[in-house]
Design a protein around this ligand. Structure first.
Ligand SMILES: NC(=O)C1=CN([C@@H]2O[C@H](COP(=O)(O)OP(=O)(O)OC[C@H]3O[C@@H](n4cnc5c(N)ncnc54)[C@H](OP(=O)(O)O)[C@@H]3O)[C@@H](O)[C@H]2O)C=CC1
Ligand SMILES: N[C@@H](CC(=O)OP(=O)(O)O)C(=O)O
Length: 374
């Protein structure tokens, strides 16, 4: 019998990317989807692969949710917090698959990233685990790109510097970045018509526009265009941002590390749209040749591409623009550092809405409905 699967948060940014992938891979044919909303209850539901799925159900109605075998939610932590325990308390024993961070570090949950922890996922299912959560986007993209080094247990410790896209903070933030771009462009459009105009005069004007009162900064609080923000999420007690705290905690939970691999770094918001980039300094446990490292990195999974450490390949293939909308997690700038023979650098880029959010959930659902992974 086909499972009934509730889809909550499918209208949002992460949810839409998930629906796009499911439609492309014809996933809807292998279960009975039921579509929910917190705000559009009884409104017309969606049509996917030519099939209409009826009116939207109330995402807060425990009695309806209780009837489902599996619930997939991209609605966010607030919704999870409101509904998850209520539903469990009602006696519901179904599978909960979630993009939000709320349940990630709880004992009862497994963080899903099947190219890295498929056997742990299967083991958890055998052990009656019912709660499967997608990881933080930077963590998932880091583990995928460096999967070979992690699986061969070659990493002693590492540091990360992130360059995170506006999409990580939500659709309204992306819109604000575009509005900021628009405001700057409007303000200097006449100057750009005169190539002889001093660039420093234009630059001064941009600064003035960006710092003016009417400049759109409701979401980011400061300009992001022509700027960067070296802080993501709230401050934790030890001076890290919560985004920085997640790197070591979530990565080691996914890896089932007996002894934590120390991973730390700084997370920075930049003005790219939906790809996160990360720069790594890695201390290996032993001195191995660059060619061996490259082989290990490129052979680990079919989404990781090794980009040769040269100018042309890097600027064409290791950028947010070249990766956006794809499932690839290329890794490049791999070279030995002059700090010592065991130290290497690497740089990766990944789509924060695909492998960073939607794809691990889609694949987890496939595992549960007994479909072969693509
Ligand atoms: N794992 C990761 O790295 C990531 C996880 N996330 C998680 O996913 C959650 C959702 O993020 P995101 O998709 O960016 O959130 P969105 O704000 O895009 O969507 C969330 C919900 O807002 C409601 N909504 C209201 N108005 C609209 C509208 N005009 N268009 C579409 N939806 C609308 C929808 O719910 P309704 O139909 O009920 O009104 C929708 O499901 C986050 O809170 C976070 O927890 C996000 C990014 C990355
Ligand atoms: N915090 C990430 C996106 C995100 O939603 O992360 P999480 O799923 O851990 O809350 C970013 O801002 O880029």
């Amino acid at each position: 019998m086909r499972n009934s699967v509730g889809l909550v948060g499918w209208r949002g940014m992460v949810g839409s990317v998930l629906m796009e992938r499911m439609e492309k891979e014809n996933d809807f044919s292998s279960f009975n989807p039921v579509f929910f909303s917190t705000s559009q209850i009884h409104e017309e539901g969606p049509t996917f692969n030519g099939k209409y799925y009826g009116n939207l159900k109330n995402a807060y109605d425990i009695d309806i949710l209780k009837e489902l075998d599996i619930i997939v939610t991209c609605q966010g932590s607030e919704y999870t917090n409101k509904i998850y325990y209520k539903l469990r308390k009602s006696g519901w024993k179904g599978y909960w698959i979630d993009a939000a961070s709320y349940l990630r570090m709880k004992k009862e949950s497994v963080i899903v990233l099947d190219p890295i922890n498929l056997s742990a996922i299967h083991q958890a299912i055998d052990n009656n685990c019912k709660t499967f959560i997608g990881g933080n986007c930077t963590v998932s993209l880091m583990l995928l790109s460096l999967g070979g080094l992690f699986s061969k247990k070659l990493i002693d410790w590492m540091t990360v510097s992130t360059y995170q896209a506006a999409s990580g903070s939500g659709a309204s933030h992306m819109v604000e970045l575009l509005m900021q771009m628009n405001a700057v462009c409007k303000g200097i459009s006449s100057d750009l018509k005169n190539p002889a105009k001093s660039i420093l005069k234009i630059e001064k004007k941009i600064n003035k526009i960006s710092l003016s009162d009417g400049f759109p900064t409701n979401c980011f609080h400061v300009p992001l265009v022509g700027n960067l923000i070296p802080w993501i999420d709230v401050k934790t007690e030890d001076g890290r941002s919560k985004e920085e705290w997640k790197i070591q905690s979530e990565a080691n939970k996914i890896l089932l590390s007996k002894k934590n691999i120390p991973i730390d770094g700084l997370c920075v918001r930049i003005g790219s749209l939906r790809c996160h980039s990360q720069s790594f300094v890695i201390k290996l446990k032993k001195d191995i040749s660059l060619s061996e490292i490259e082989k290990i990195l490129s052979h680990h999974n079919r989404w990781t591409r090794l980009i040769p450490n040269d100018v042309d390949a890097t600027i064409k293939n290791l950028t947010p623009l070249s990766v956006t909308g794809t499932l690839f997690t290329p890794v490049g700038r791999v070279r030995k550092l002059n700090i010592g023979k065991k130290y290497i650098s690497a740089f990766t880029v990944g789509d924060q809405l695909l492998w960073g959010a939607a794809e691990p959930l889609r694949r987890m659902l496939k595992i549960l409905v007994n479909q072969k992974l693509d």
